[in-house]
Design a protein around this ligand. Structure first.
Ligand code: SF4
Ligand code: SF4
Length: 448
């Protein structure tokens, strides 16, 4: 059966099966307040807790000193590290001389230039300032702060987040264990204060900031599919810059309503854990968030606030079952950093993994070493994931819906995805000739 036949005949049966399966069950599509507009596709189910469990006796706040960037020198030793970096520099120069597509001056300039907005922020700095930059307060406008219901506030926040560039938005009660214990050498503490602040020793989050708004922005699959080249890196750096713009705008909007807002991208705490709680996606074999709408083709950010909001539920769209069968990311990983285990577990691979939660844990220093080797980072595991689809056509919706509802088909879809050539590396040279939409992403796809 070729691709055409599959779509013509194979999916007809699958569509009937999905429809029949749903019709026969009493299950309803997941919908919570605000979700009617800013919601997930109909085949996504709401849960009380994320599917992959947390061991409350073990799970605690993570010190970023143990992150892969801190662990890397310990894992390899300084000599090996110097050798890796030197080899990376030499290869970079060789590639320039060869004029190798994806590693040319223009490719690297694009990747670095796409960081520029991201570099305007830091922990409680610039675009990630924890206090008001510019927007007038309600008091300055001579009016009371925003006081409508949490349901209406959630609706408002989701609309504003989408306007500032979010692909998907969710709200959760902040689990403080997801917040780092330290950041940039300072302790992160919660205190009963009106405004956040920091001094030489500590970063202070007001105790009243009980809500976390989880945000995703799309990355360009056209870029990431060129991994591991600088064109692919530009897809990541653009994602970070768009996160920066998003959290800066959303935080100012919340302050303009009269509330505290603490914007954060990768800093301050686990965006993945917060996003899983807020129902943006599930944890996949890559130990990264996979969303039902855009797969792993997203960057994550968050804003903490005291604005009362209706919260969302964690979700299940069949990913955990799918990943047990699929393993495409692990097979494609050039450094063999990803787990081939059948089941997710509580067994971490090193100090870079925060223990006490269930996951497919990865060997992050090996991954980072490959980033040096490639000279321009890597996103191969994201590009090959069958959930990374650029278009949201009916066909892909049916396949995703079937995967969510009929796990027995997961292996079949993985094989078909591979056979059709999805996830194969794309030409970085041809990327420059694409007629790209804004930011290289399809902005029409946001709605579920
Ligand atoms: S980024 Fe590349 S090296 Fe790292 S886990 Fe993914 S595929 Fe492997
Ligand atoms: S490639 Fe397959 S196994 Fe890996 S995260 Fe995606 S669905 Fe899961």
């Amino acid at each position: 059966m070729d691709r055409r036949d599959f779509f013509k005949f194979g999916l007809g049966g699958v569509g009937l099966a999905v429809g029949g399966g749903l019709a026969s069950s009493k299950e309803k599509a997941y919908s919570s307040p605000g979700r009617e507009i800013h919601g997930h596709p109909w085949w996504v189910r709401g849960l009380e807790k994320p599917k992959l469990a947390i061991d409350d006796k073990v799970y605690s706040r993570f010190h970023p000193r143990k992150s892969v960037f801190g662990s890397f020198p310990k894992y390899y030793g300084m000599d090996k590290l110097r050798e890796l970096r030197q080899r990376s520099r030499e290869k970079t120069m060789e590639y320039y001389k060869e004029d190798r597509p994806g590693y040319r001056l223009e490719d690297r300039a694009l990747a670095d230039a796409a960081w520029v907005i991201s570099r305007l922020g830091g922990v409680n700095k610039g675009t990630r300032s924890w206090t008001r930059k510019f927007v007038p307060t309600p008091e300055q406008r001579g009016v009371e702060k925003y006081k409508k219901s949490p349901e209406e506030a959630a609706h408002l926040i989701k609309a504003a987040a989408r306007y500032f560039g979010a692909a998907t938005v969710g709200v959760t009660i902040l689990d403080r264990r997801h917040i780092h214990s330290h950041e940039r050498g300072k302790e992160v503490v919660f205190e009963v204060v009106d405004e956040p602040y920091d001094n030489e020793k500590k970063l202070v989050i007001p105790d009243k900031c009980k809500y976390a708004i989880a945000l995703s922005v799309q990355m360009s699959l056209d870029n990431i599919a060129c991994s591991p080249t600088a064109i692919s890196s530009a897809g990541s750096s653009m994602g970070y810059s768009r996160c920066e713009f998003l959290v800066a705008g959303l935080a100012e909007f919340i302050r303009g309503l009269g509330y505290v807002a603490i914007p954060s991208v990768n800093d301050l705490g686990s965006s993945v854990a917060i996003a899983a709680d807020a129902g943006l996606g599930e944890l996949g074999r890559t130990n990264r968030l996979i969303t039902p709408e855009f797969g792993p083709m997203v960057r994550l950010a968050k804003v903490l606030t005291d604005l009362p909001l209706t919260v969302d539920k964690p979700i299940d769209f069949g990913l955990a079952e799918f990943c047990k069968v699929c393993k495409r990311c692990a097979e494609a990983c050039p450094s063999k950093s990803l787990s081939f285990d059948e089941e997710p577990s509580f067994e971490v691979r090193g100090e870079w993994n925060n223990p006490g939660h269930q996951a497919w844990f990865e060997d992050s220093p090996k991954c980072l070493a490959y980033w040096q080797e490639s000279t321009s980072g890597c996103s191969i595991c994201l590009a090959v994931c069958p959930w990374s689809k650029k278009d949201k056509t009916m066909i892909h919706e049916i396949v995703k819906a079937a995967s969510a509802k009929i796990p027995i088909l997961d292996g079949f879809f993985t094989s078909m995805d591979e056979a059709f050539g999805y996830g194969r590396q794309k030409s970085a040279e041809k990327w420059w000739d694409l007629n790209l939409p804004e930011y290289g992403i399809d902005t029409s796809q946001g709605k579920g």
